[in-house]
Ligand binder design. Structure first.
Ligand SMILES: NC(=O)c1ccc[n+]([C@@H]2O[C@H](COP(=O)([O-])OP(=O)(O)OC[C@H]3O[C@@H](n4cnc5c(N)ncnc54)[C@H](OP(=O)(O)O)[C@@H]3O)[C@@H](O)[C@H]2O)c1
Length: 248
C-alpha cells in the first residue's frame, strides 16, 4: 500500500524516536524534526539500516516558519503526507508558575501549542489521503501537579486544540495521546525519584517505556482507528485511576 510521509517532531530521542521506528517499520517514509543535527544524522542512519525511507529537518519549533518548511520538505521528498505526530515539547523551568519569567512562558506556548497548530494547518492542506494527526499531550494536561504547572496548562491546551482541530480540519482525523511517566531523558529526574514507588503503586506495576506510547500512536493513525477523531487516549499504566501523577 502506498503511504505518504509520517512527520514526527522530536523524532531523535525518547517517545518520538520510538514512534519513528514503529511507523517506519509499518512502511511510512519518515520526516524527523529536532534541533541537534548529529542526533538527526544518527536517526537517519539507523532508520536507513532498517530499510526505512527517511529525511530530516534541523529546526527549532519555537520559530513559526518551521511548520511550512517541514511540510514542504515532506512533500518534496515523498510526494504526499499521511501522518503528523506533534511530539516535541518544552518545559524550560521547574517551580511555581508565579516565579516563571515571561520568556519561558512564551517558549512553552510557542513549542507546545503554537507549533502543533501551525504544523496541523500546513499538513491538512498538503497533498495526501486519509490523513491523521496525533498530538502527544500528558496526564498533566488533565490534573494539576506542582513544579511543571505551565507545561501542564500547555498540555491541557493541546488536548483542547485536538478537539478543536478535529472539527476544523475534518476529514483529517486529529487525536491526542496522554502519557504518564515514561522512561526518557526528558523525565530522567522524575524516573529516578519515582520509579521504585510507581512500580509498587501503579496498577500496571511499572512506569512507561517509549514503545508503550508509540503503540498507541500507531493504532490511532491506522485504519483500525478510522472512526476515532477528537479523542484523548490516556496511556499511563493506571496513573489517573489511582488519582496520582507520576511525571511530566
Ligand atoms: N517522558 C515522559 O514522562 C512524558 C510524559 C508525558 C508526556 N510526555 C510528552 O512526550 C513528548 C516527548 O517527550 P520525551 O520524554 O520523549 O522527550 P525527550 O526524550 O527529551 O525528546 C524530546 C525530543 O524533542 C526534540 N525537541 C525538543 N525541543 C525542541 C524544539 N524546540 N524544536 C525541535 N525539536 C525539539 C528533541 O531534540 P533536540 O533536543 O535535538 O531538539 C528530542 O528529539 C513531549 O511532548 C512530552 O511532553 C513525556
Amino acid at each position: 500500500m502506498h503511504r505518504g510521509a509520517a512527520i514526527i517532531t522530536g523524532a531523535t530521542r525518547g517517545i518520538g524516536r520510538s514512534v519513528a521506528e514503529t511507523l517506519g517499520a509499518k512502511g511510512y517514509p519518515i520526516v524527523g524534526v529536532a534541533r541537534r543535527e548529529e542526533e538527526l544524522a544518527s536517526l537517519e542512519k539507523d532508520l536507513r539500516a532498517g530499510g526505512v525511507a527517511v529525511t530530516t529537518v534541523a529546526a527549532n519549533l519555537r520559530d513559526p516558519e518551521v511548520a511550512t518548511i517541514v511540510v514542504e520538505r515532506a512533500v518534496a521528498a515523498f510526494g504526499s503526507v499521511s501522518v503528523l505526530v506533534n511530539n516535541a515539547a518544552a518545559s524550560p523551568t521547574f517551580g511555581p508558575i508565579a516565579q516563571m519569567e515571561p520568556e519561558a512562558m512564551d517558549l512553552v506556548w510557542a513549542v507546545n501549542v503554537r507549533a502543533p497548530a501551525l504544523l496541523a494547518a500546513r499538513f491538512a492542506s498538503a497533498p495526501g489521503d486519509d490523513k491523521a494527526i496525533v498530538n502527544i499531550a500528558s496526564v498533566g494536561g488533565l490534573e494539576p501537579e506542582p513544579g511543571i504547572g505551565l507545561y501542564n496548562v500547555s498540555k491541557a491546551a493541546l488536548i483542547h486544540l485536538t478537539r478543536q482541530l478535529a472539527t476544523e480540519l475534518a476529514p483529517v482525523r486529529v487525536n491526542a495521546v496522554s502519557p504518564g511517566l515514561v522512561r526518557t531523558s526528558f523525565a530522567a529526574v522524575l524516573v529516578d525519584a519515582l520509579e521504585a514507588q510507581l512500580a509498587r503503586s501503579l496498577p500496571a506495576r511499572r512506569i512507561g517505556e517509549p514503545a508503550d506510547v508509540a503503540a498507541a500512536v500507531a493504532f490511532l493513525v491506522s485504519d483500525e482507528a478510522r472512526w476515532i477523531t477528537g479523542a484523548n487516549l490516556v496511556v499511563d499504566g493506571g496513573t489517573l485511576t489511582i488519582g496520582r501523577l507520576g511525571g511530566p
